[in-house]
Design a protein around this ligand. Structure first.
Ligand SMILES: Cc1cc2nc3c(=O)[nH]c(=O)nc-3n(C[C@H](O)[C@H](O)[C@H](O)COP(=O)(O)O)c2cc1C
Length: 553
């Protein structure tokens, strides 16, 4: 509700016209911050009760161009006006909303799942619904455009001489389509949209269906119409090999909630993919999380990296193919990690979706005020959405903090959530209390502290395990890398001890995030896929376990 109120203000600010200044508005649910206000400007926020009667009015003077005002309570509507106090006239404003872009909800289309929205829309009503589906799912769109456009005369519903009328009553009519879908092969699910013309789908939809092989794909019809219901059964023979889901008719302008709830309840094949959750794919070097997103299985840890060194390490990692970066608010380097990611995207042409960034919120103050802390992490990183957010440690407020993360997932600002430093006992207590299973648990794991009881326990729940301190951690790395068993195995494969340990982790199904600021080591730590440890070598490393923790948690 609060967010809606903030949006109302944005809209009002926009509607008032404007050029003289830029305003940014952000609501954290308790307060609204409106910035970019000129010093001679005053912001008037008027509140109205549920009957539209003015219930309050406050005037705010900006401080350094910023006004922070209390957000309105639920049920109260607010409007904002910006006045120039010298000329007593409204100031023109252009709204610039710099909040991170919200990523599409992964409702049914995790990365790798391919969905196409193909639609024909003569008067743009169906296109409106297609756009909503695209906003919600992030799926590709394809507009079915007639080679010969339909003229206005086709609006004359009762005229039997119009092209639309004739085609609809001609069994053989197949109006030609301009262009084709690029690589239809790649799509598993097709949302197929059209208006209803004379009680059925326009004939151009027939042309479309006959133009491709839909075998094995799922087709989901949707339509807009004056009042007629959706009709799709006669389309089925045109794409017999496809799995057809029930179609849905929408009123023009159906809102996001209606479209989203329809999508959420569709029985789409993507859900079956859950079988592969947790399995490492050594070809793609990724694992499918239970949230539906793919995550790289090796990355860069940034604990202890700060300032320019951190920016450069992140960039060096991304430059040499690393796509997973791990940070935490406690590391104090989220801004630098974000900067490194942004600069790497720009300089090396890497897309945001190709990069996976994890961060964490800390016990105490942060978990006591989780929404603010989560938003802080997002703001500091400043890379749009966050791929994975973890609770850094158990805390009296951990359930509350986890539920706040769930809310951010629902809003599309975080894609997956999980835990760090949660062991069997803590998990057994925690899991029944939350709705979303953690996608990942990150714990201390290295040959001297193997967690051989914890790892299978976590994995058996469809939760991916990630290890911190893979090379033993501060003060212990030299000993671990120099361990005679590991060194011997490294020599046998012509690789480094670090590579052996990282590969041992991967073969146990543990995601690795070694930290380094040395570009050579960062690169070396990615070369983990050209050799394989034998069962005997795995067993020898397993035998090194000393149950020796190298940190307090
Ligand atoms: C030629 C033609 C025939 C139509 N026939 C029907 C009909 O039988 N039943 C109905 O409810 N609406 C009918 N309509 C209305 C459209 O289905 C409706 O306006 C739809 O939302 C248009 O979608 P579009 O803007 O994506 O083309 C017809 C419209 C046209 C132009």
């Amino acid at each position: 509700m609060k967010k809606i109120l903030a949006v109302i203000i944005i809209v009002v600010l926009c509607v008032t016209g404007m050029t003289a200044c830029a305003a940014e508005i952000y609501s954290d649910g308790e307060t609204m911050t409106i910035s970019g206000i000129p010093e001679n400007g005053r912001l008037i926020i008027a509140s109205y009760d549920e009957n539209g009667v003015l219930s309050g009015c406050d005037l705010y003077a900006p401080e350094n161009g910023i006004v922070t005002a209390p957000d309105a309570a639920d049920g109260i509507r607010i409007k904002a006006f910006l006045w120039d106090m010298e000329t007593i006239s409204p100031i023109e404003m252009t709204k610039t909303d710099t909040r991170p872009t919200v990523s599409p909800s992964p409702t049914y289309e995790p990365e790798g799942g391919k969905t196409l929205i193909a639609y024909f829309s003569w008067t743009n009503n169906t296109e409106g619904i297609a756009n909503r589906i695209a906003d919600i799912t992030g799926a590709d769109k394809y507009e079915i455009i007639p080679k010969e456009p339909y003229g206005e005369e086709n609006n004359d519903y009762y005229n039997e001489n119009t092209r639309a009328y004739k085609e609809q009553y001609d069994i053989e009519a197949r109006p030609e389509i301009e262009g084709t879908v690029e690589d239809m092969e790649q799509y598993d699910v097709i949302f197929l949209g059209y208006p209803i013309w004379y009680g059925k789908p326009p004939k151009i939809i027939y042309t479309f269906l006959e133009g491709y092989d839909f075998t094995g794909k799922t087709i989901v019809p949707f339509c807009t119409s004056g009042s007629s219901g959706i009709s799709w059964s006669e389309l089925i023979p045109l794409a017999e090999g496809a799995d057809w889901l029930d179609g849905k008719r929408f009123n023009t302008g159906a809102d996001e909630t209606e479209v989203r709830s329809w999508i959420d309840n569709l029985d789409l094949p993507e859900k079956e993919k859950a079988k592969d959750v947790g399995e490492f794919n050594f070809d793609t070097k990724t694992v499918l999380l239970n949230s539906g997103y793919e995550m790289p299985i090796n990355g860069l840890g940034t604990y202890s990296l700060t300032g320019e060194t951190c920016v450069n390490s992140v960039k060096a990692a991304l430059k040499c193919g690393v796509r997973l970066i791990d940070t935490a608010s406690m590391y104090g380097n989220e801004a630098e990690v974000g900067q490194g990611v942004r600069e790497a995207m720009e300089e090396y042409g890497i897309k945001r979706e190709e990069i996976f960034v994890t961060t964490k919120i800390y016990p105490g103050e942060q978990m006591a005020n989780p929404e603010r802390s989560i938003q802080d992490c997002i703001d500091k990183l400043n890379i749009g959405y966050v791929d994975l957010m973890l609770l850094h440690h158990p805390d009296p407020n951990d359930i509350k903090a986890y539920k706040a993360m769930e809310k951010f997932v629902a809003e599309g600002k975080i894609r997956s959530i999980g835990l760090s430093n949660w062991y069997v006992e803590e998990l057994t207590e925690f899991l029944p209390q939350v709705d979303t299973p953690p996608a990942l648990v990150q714990n201390e794991i290295h040959p001297y502290y193997q967690e051989n009881d914890v790892i299978p326990f976590i994995q058996s729940k469809g939760i991916v395990v990630q290890g911190w301190y893979p090379l033993g951690g501060r003060g212990h790395t030299a000993e671990l890398l120099g361990d005679s068993v590991i060194s011997e195995i490294a020599t046998a494969h012509g690789v480094s001890s670090a590579q052996v340990i990282l590969r041992w982790n991967l073969q146990k199904g543990v995601v690795v995030i070694p930290g380094s600021s040395n570009p050579d080591h960062i690169f070396e730590n990615t070369r983990l896929y050209d050799f394989e440890l034998t069962d005997d070598e795995m067993a020898r490393i397993n035998a090194l376990d000393r149950n020796e923790k190298h940190d307090w948690y």
